[in-house]
Design a protein around this ligand. Structure first.
Ligand SMILES: NC(=O)c1ccc[n+]([C@@H]2O[C@H](COP(=O)([O-])OP(=O)(O)OC[C@H]3O[C@@H](n4cnc5c(N)ncnc54)[C@H](OP(=O)(O)O)[C@@H]3O)[C@@H](O)[C@H]2O)c1
Length: 268
């Protein structure tokens, strides 16, 4: 089974290796990974060659897609060497806060660039990745980007690059908010005098089980919430506090606004 064309992955860290694992399942024809770290050698395997430096890439290799998965701080140093694929390959960048224009400047020429924001559930193929196609990205390249990104979960597209700032704030950072909720539930159990191990497992399994129920159900989150909430009962008492105008709704709105603004600042 070979469904993917030739690929080049730049950066085989957490995100890059999750993508590569998904591509292996889809069927790789030929892929090179460029990553100088020792750990990256473990990514080598059938049809996958790991190189410490792009200078080792065979001169006759031209990928159809180049996935840019290095840290944004490394972009200025790493990207210019890949400019030779400008106009030939589609560049898919998952680097947070690096604009299509900034990436194009580093690559030179008129590269076709897709920017994408996955999140850490990519490690278990449960990411939501939101993507934006810059100028000059063909329909076929967009389809290829969808195929490559869907290797780690669901993919959605936005038509304006500025939408990636709230996307970064909501789904990029979103897992952290859910993990914080898990931590707070555990702490609440401790505060109520429950044994630590019980508090831990209750908090974890409540979040895991609720996510699984949401995934399996056709109901909205609101309907699932209402189903837990008997009028005048215990959950209603807690939700009265949590959902008060000045409580979670207000804090969440302000938190996402702050993260969105930070994302715009970092992209400037
Ligand atoms: N983690 C998230 O939640 C998340 C979500 C969305 C998007 N992203 C984006 O995904 C990108 C990768 O993040 P990550 O968490 O996977 O980072 P990571 O685990 O640090 O992976 C980056 C890899 O790139 C390697 N590298 C460094 N310089 C390189 C170069 N010049 N050429 C090729 N490879 C090089 C690093 O090696 P060394 O370790 O030796 O430096 C490392 O193995 C980032 O741009 C980030 O903004 C992350």
């Amino acid at each position: 089974m070979t469904t993917l064309p030739s690929l080049l992955l730049v950066g085989g860290g957490r995100m890059g290796s999750a993508l590569l694992a998904g591509w292996r399942e889809q069927g790789l024809s030929q892929a090179f990974v460029v990553d100088p770290s020792q750990g990256a050698q473990a990514l080598a395997g059938s049809n996958v060659t790991v190189l410490a430096d792009i200078s080792q890439l065979p001169v006759d290799f031209t990928p159809e897609a180049v996935m840019l998965a290095v840290k944004p701080q490394k972009a200025a140093e790493a990207l210019p060497a890949y400019g030779r694929f400008s106009g030939k390959a589609v560049f898919i960048s998952i680097m947070a806060g690096k604009t299509a224009q900034g990436i194009a400047q580093l690559l030179g020429g008129s590269p076709a660039i897709v920017r994408a924001m996955p999140n850490t559930p990519a490690a278990v193929r449960q990411s939501i990745t939101v993507a934006f196609a810059g100028n000059g990205v063909s329909e076929a390249q967009r389809r290829l980007a969808t195929q490559l990104l869907s290797a780690v979960g669901k993919v959605a597209w936005v038509e304006t690059e500025s939408a990636l700032a709230p996307v970064t704030a909501i789904s990029g950072g979103g897992p952290a908010y859910v993990f914080l909720l898990t931590e707070l539930l555990e702490q609440a159990g401790l505060d109520q005098g429950l044994p630590p191990e019980l508090a831990r497992i209750m908090a974890r399994q409540t979040v895991i089980g609720s996510a699984a129920l949401l995934a399996a159900s056709t109901e909205t989150p609101e309907a699932l919430r209402v189903a837990v909430t008997s009028p005048g009962g215990t959950t209603a008492e807690a939700l009265k506090l949590l959902r008060a105008d000045d409580a979670l709704p207000k804090i969440f709105k302000a938190a996402i606004q702050a993260a969105t603004e930070r994302s715009r600042e970092l992209s400037a």
